[in-house]
Design a protein around this ligand. Sequence first.
Ligand SMILES: C[S@@+](CC[C@H](N)C(=O)[O-])C[C@H]1O[C@@H](n2cnc3c(N)ncnc32)[C@H](O)[C@@H]1O
Ligand SMILES: [Zn+2]
Ligand SMILES: [Zn+2]
Ligand SMILES: [Zn+2]
Ligand SMILES: [Zn+2]
Ligand SMILES: [Zn+2]
Length: 1010
Amino acid sequence: MDNIGEIIGVEKTMTTKQAIEESFPIVKINQLAQKEVIPRRPIYKMHRWFARRTSCVFRAILLSAMKPAGADIMQEFYKDHTNDPDTNGKVILDPFMGGGTTVVEALRLGCKVIGIDLNPVAWFIVKTEVEPVDIDKLKQVFKDLENRRTESGKTVKKELLSHYKTECSCCGNKDADIIYTFWVKSAVCTNPLCKKEVPLFSNYVVAQKSPSIRFYKDVKCSLCAKTFDWEIEPASLIAESSLTINNHIDSCGLGRGNKRHNFSAKNDVKCPWCEKTQTPRLSFSKKERKKVVLSVLYCPHCASIFQYRGTVSENVSCPLCKFEFNPQTGNVPDKGKFVCPFCGNKDRIINSIRSLPNNQLLPTAPYAIEGYCPNCSGNIEEEIEEEGLFGETIKKTTIKKDVAHLCQLTKNNGKFFKRLDSADIERYQRAVKRWEKEKDNLPYPKQEIPEGCNTNQMRKHNYLFWHQMFNPRQLLCLSTLLQSIIEETNQMQDFLLLAFGRTLENRNMFTRGRNDTAEGVFGFHVFQPKLTIAEGNIWGADYGKYSFLKWVERVLEGKNTLVQHYEMRIKSGDSQEKISNLDRLLNKKNNFQLKAANSISLNWIPQKTIDFVITDPPYGGNVNYSELSDFFYVWLRLALSKKYVEFSPDSTPKVEEIIENPTRGMTASDFERGLKQVFCECYRLLKDDGLLIFTFHHAEGETWKSLLRAICDAGFELIGVYPIHGEAETSLHLMDKQSISFDLIHVCKKRIENSAEKRSWAGVRQEIRKKAREEVKLVESGRYGNEPLSPPDIQIILTGKCLELYSAHYENIIDHENNPVPLQQALKEIKAMVDQIMSPEEDFPLQMEDIGLESYVWLRYLSWYKTEIKSDDVHKVVKGILDVQDLLDSGLITKGRAKRGRTYEVKQPQQRLPEILEKFQDVPIPQTNLFGEVEAVKTKRKIYFADKIQLLLALIMNKENILPWLERFRGESPQVRIALQFIAKKSKDKELESHTKRIIEIMDVGPLFK
Ligand SMILES: C[S@@+](CC[C@H](N)C(=O)[O-])C[C@H]1O[C@@H](n2cnc3c(N)ncnc32)[C@H](O)[C@@H]1O
Ligand SMILES: [Zn+2]
Ligand SMILES: [Zn+2]
Ligand SMILES: [Zn+2]
Ligand SMILES: [Zn+2]
Ligand SMILES: [Zn+2]
């Protein structure tokens, strides 16, 4: 497997075009991608990688690359390619494999794959994803781990669970499990006279749920004759019924107002009016269901945890201490600020942190527990036998609801919220002491958190070492678990580590708790210190997500070849069908090679041996892969540093990372250079007819230009660009391209130039225009599927196809002054051309394209404007053809005064007259050259075509003679005429219309101007 020669087979040559060179099933794949914003297949859920790509996009790219032009890719998409000669044995390279989407998808198609990533964590993840494993043996290894003895003599499972036990507040069971312990940070008041601790609650709602319960409606009391709802299922998130308050508006349940109610699962019930127990007659009532809104609240005065039934009001009185408060407002009025309830001081939280001595962390205290008591869950376990996938007998325990056992908690499956009692605090303290005593013998990361774009925030909050992200109890449990995994010398240790790695993510003090779920440390690809924290059970009770137990299940699922692969097909409307058991990840030998290495030098791969490079490069400084992955790395290396050299350094490689990162002094041009170096390597490794295909975030402006330059400089020509939208399509139709984020698939082939023959830009432009028109026809005839494409999508596709001609002659294209045409300029002109070809405006003939981009945009979109226009609208019309600054510099528009400068004004002809006249003064009259072309004249200030039109308009408005000027602009008479006709038509202003018509009349009289 380590022999690169075995990966790369005999060279085959392709003669025909590949499907992706001509088209891509954009609409269909976009539909699938939108349903798959987060990759859902089990194999990709085994461990986090940042910004994982949707696998359907890569399956489609791979198939479109390997299938010949004309193939129906969507049909191929749902086929089994295990024995497909078009795909089998093709050699694919991904130099930025990340979480391994390309690698996995290519292996499914029977390709050979080389996957590289600088980051050892990425390498480790992909390795565990694709390495074959005996699933039964793996299950056994997990069982063995569970029963491994720790220092204390207990099994790992028992030991880890023992730190998260609590007393059930319903039945008194001391062996109930803690699902979550909730913590809150406090600021220390910065008022020197106060210095009190201020708990940083932004509100006092611990949890909220709306269970649906069964009940009898309006049951009549046989004694007092009043009516009430008899609830036969309990609605409660806490065990103590005395700690529930009903509000006065809708406590009875949705649609039931504030009627009285009582719960009993027996044959009799207590009337809530007269308090007499009875068996009411039910002849008029039938069983119904209703939703009850329940909130668990924390009392800021006595710290009790109680329940509120109905919509939470602004004024709640604590059932224990009667303190009245608004549960919606805590001590955090705005993000990052706190108000001291003792002295009224308002300050920023960061100021409180800065005032702490010796880089201390803010004090943190537990305030509530969510527990689980099997006794109160109403569950009884029953062992049944089932037939397994291979006909084997599997013993399974299933859970049956025991109706005889019904307490307040049954409906909530035995889960309850409670306040911490002294035993809970003692238990925690014991764990803290144990940790202090044992930490020297247990593995945990001791490295400092390096400075970085993502790490500086937590460093400011005084988190300076990785272990500080965990509390002592978490450290004790995690390192005990890791120690047991390290002792597991079986080669399947890596899979145990994968589950361990994933567990870290939600078992730290950066995990925010909300309604039963815990949002892990990487909610937004940053390390954000949290004010309220959910500390979850590490091994895992029956309930609660993201425990080690749950991740073990995920790993097993990911490795189970029978469940891991499927594709979704969208049926009618929104319904989907799952097509499973397509091509499977084959456990063939020698079909993949993975490396944790820097892709800017791939000299260990022989040249011209790769059929396709398919990748997803980093995007500027969007995600700081190495900074983020250190969180996992520092733990994983405790087990892996001796096993794999990749894990011997203290942290993940930073210097070689291709990224923009100001804290490391890495600029946009460093990023561009790195990308180009990798593309150069790809050029060397690709066979002559191979393709380089990659996705890249879509952005107008510099980033894209530098990417295109990098491709061209590396020797490639761009032959296609296809848009991929992960997000909902609706926003696209608003044409507000500024705010939409999507990816572009770039398809490139090697530029094999046979001569350095110069080409004139005018000539190439002619070809480009022709090509764009042909492409429009192809789009209309359904080349990209039967569903219509949105205009911005067509625009992108056309731009891509136009760039092909430019990039094919890259560096050999010259303008009429023999200067090379830079990509930047070509791109602008191509965009204007595409805009013109695509627009429905019939009266805007093609002769007009030589008038220059500023004049084009002004004439097409702005020339008849008299009022202020919104900044957004200006951005829309320049559409990447120009920068708004270009328009400002041209003097055609100016910043508006309204809306604090977020508007623009189109300057009017008379207003511009002096300025235009001045421009003309120091300019010699242009000469027509031998070919009838008007020579460009170099001036201090550029004269735009738009200036000439505005000059004529201004003069006519002032009733001055325009004939000399018409004479002077004679060479451009046809364009002048069209421009004026266009303005006349567009203008809703009668006056402007008549002025333009007047000029045309004058031109009609003088035969010279026709
Ligand atoms: C956008 S990610 C790839 C994500 C992947 N497509 C997925 O779906 O998970 C880009 C990757 O490039 C890697 N990278 C950055 N610089 C590199 C370099 N010099 N050599 C190799 N890989 C590098 C990063 O570690 C990151 O994993
Ligand atoms: Zn109980
Ligand atoms: Zn009664
Ligand atoms: Zn209270
Ligand atoms: Zn204070
Ligand atoms: Zn109970």
